[in-house]
Design a protein around this ligand. Structure first.
Ligand SMILES: Cc1cc2nc3c(=O)[nH]c(=O)nc-3n(C[C@H](O)[C@H](O)[C@H](O)COP(=O)(O)OP(=O)(O)OC[C@H]3O[C@@H](n4cnc5c(N)ncnc54)[C@H](O)[C@@H]3O)c2cc1C
Length: 383
């Protein structure tokens, strides 16, 4: 029987598994997808440039856990180009114009306020090889035979002294027994994909269902090119399109720090909602190119578009996330009901959305992993 079964293969689960391995516990990780990383998704452009279609940034000034981890893993990072100005396209029939970003109102200052470098992205950094470098670093450190891809948790039963899990791998159902299980999943995905026996307390069930998954209904696009022509023209690559026909809401530079044989890229968040994206699916790459051309000229749009629609991923986006498609503000995370032990300490919830600090972000995934690790340590010390 396992000491701890970790469900999920995102950053939270990987960080937790790493600390369980350091404690020499008998652990195993079960991930529904055929890859690790969860919402972290770095793909290679046709020229070989790593492009993030999931998370891109971390913020060293306010996020100590991810900043420490990047340093511990020895990963190189890149400052997000940010001169405090944004190329604003608010009318599709007019040329975009450069405006200063006002850090006090988190909006554009159109009254001639001078730009403040670093204000737009708040000192955000990227990883040189994309965020996937984090996942690869954990994968190298974790014992491979304990990582089980393509295993989706379907049910978990409390047997009093331990739990029994049912995991689906294709047509087969695998039974696994563990003293404790940690669900390092978006809470809503846990609520919609896992059957609990006995049923969870109603308060806990509501907390799972009421916690939105950050960015779950978003889609990201990257356009990779041979050269960063916008840089040559003196632009950072930061642009906002706010008119009603915009395809990309926010655009930013996703290139390496220095010119490279793998080329350059711009990336952005798709402005269309999940239904519109499905409707315009075939034309989306062309629409992305045409918007980049409007912003930075036709040369910047000569390249390959890569898109990822998270709303179509059931292991990230629960039906309630898709229905809300909230966008906008960052929800408050860290519901105390999701941090409490269940079934006498045999069942725990983790994942970024359970973190009080940094919830929804990569930082929150690490904060949640550290919290569960402490709780498991305490539980192990109990007689
Ligand atoms: C487009 C986008 C942009 C983002 N940008 C940023 C950013 O710039 N900076 C930032 O800090 N954060 C950003 N985020 C958020 C960040 O990606 C998440 O906070 C973080 O990756 C969450 O990690 P996690 O391990 O908690 O969850 P996840 O990465 O969601 O991992 C959960 C894992 O559980 C698996 N799983 C689900 N159900 C089951 C099941 N029943 N059985 C087995 N496995 C299951 C999933 O496949 C997944 O691998 C972004 C997210 C998206 C989608």
């Amino acid at each position: 029987m396992l000491d701890v079964a970790v469900i999920g293969g995102g950053l939270c689960a990987l960080a937790l598994a790493h600390s369980l391995q350091a404690r020499r516990l008998d652990w195993a990780l079960f991930e529904a997808r055929e890859r690790l990383g969860g919402r972290v998704l770095t793909v290679a452009s046709p020229r070989g440039l790593p492009v993030d279609l999931g998370p891109t940034w971390y913020w060293p000034a306010t996020q100590p856990s991810i900043t420490r981890l990047v340093a511990e893993l020895g990963l190189a990072s890149i400052e997000q180009p940010d001169d405090g100005q944004v190329l604003l396209l608010d009318d599709p029939n007019r040329e975009p114009r450069l405006v200063a970003f006002d850090p006090h109102s988190a909006a554009l200052a159109e009254d001639g306020t001078p730009p403040r470098p670093g204000a737009l992205h708040g000192g955000a950094r990227r990883l040189a090889g994309g965020m996937g470098a984090l996942v690869a670093a954990f994968e190298r450190r974790l014992e491979a035979h304990r990582l089980h891809l393509g295993h989706a948790l379907e049910s978990v039963a409390d047997l009093g002294t331990h739990v029994e899990l049912e995991l689906r791998r294709g047509d087969e159902l695998h039974r696994v027994q563990a003293r404790r299980v940690v669900l390092a999943l978006p809470p809503r995905v846990a609520a919609s994909t896992v059957y609990f026996e006995p049923a969870l307390d109603a308060q806990v069930r509501h907390a799972l269902q009421d916690t939105p998954t950050w960015m779950a209904a978003a889609a990201k696009a990257a356009l990779s090119t041979g050269r960063a022509t916008w840089r040559e023209a003196g632009h950072t690559g930061n642009a906002w399109s706010t008119h009603s026909q915009a395809v990309l809401a926010e655009v930013f530079d996703a290139s390496p720090e220095q010119p490279s044989a793998a080329g350059a890229a711009l990336a952005g968040f798709v402005a269309l909602d999940a239904d519109q994206r499905r409707h315009f699916e075939r034309g989306l790459p062309m629409l992305v190119e045409s918007q980049v051309a409007m912003l930075f000229g036709p040369e910047a749009a000569q390249g390959e578009v890569q898109l990822h629609d998270w709303a179509r991923e059931p292991w990230t986006c629960a039906p309630a996330d898709r229905a809300e498609d909230a966008g906008g503000g960052h929800p408050a995370y860290g519901d105390a009901r999701l941090q409490a032990p269940q079934w006498g300490g045999r069942l725990w919830f983790a994942g970024s959305e359970t973190a009080r600090v940094g919830g929804g972000y990569l930082e929150g995934a690490l904060v949640a992993a550290a919290r569960v690790r402490r709780q498991l340590d305490e539980a192990a010390r109990q007689p």
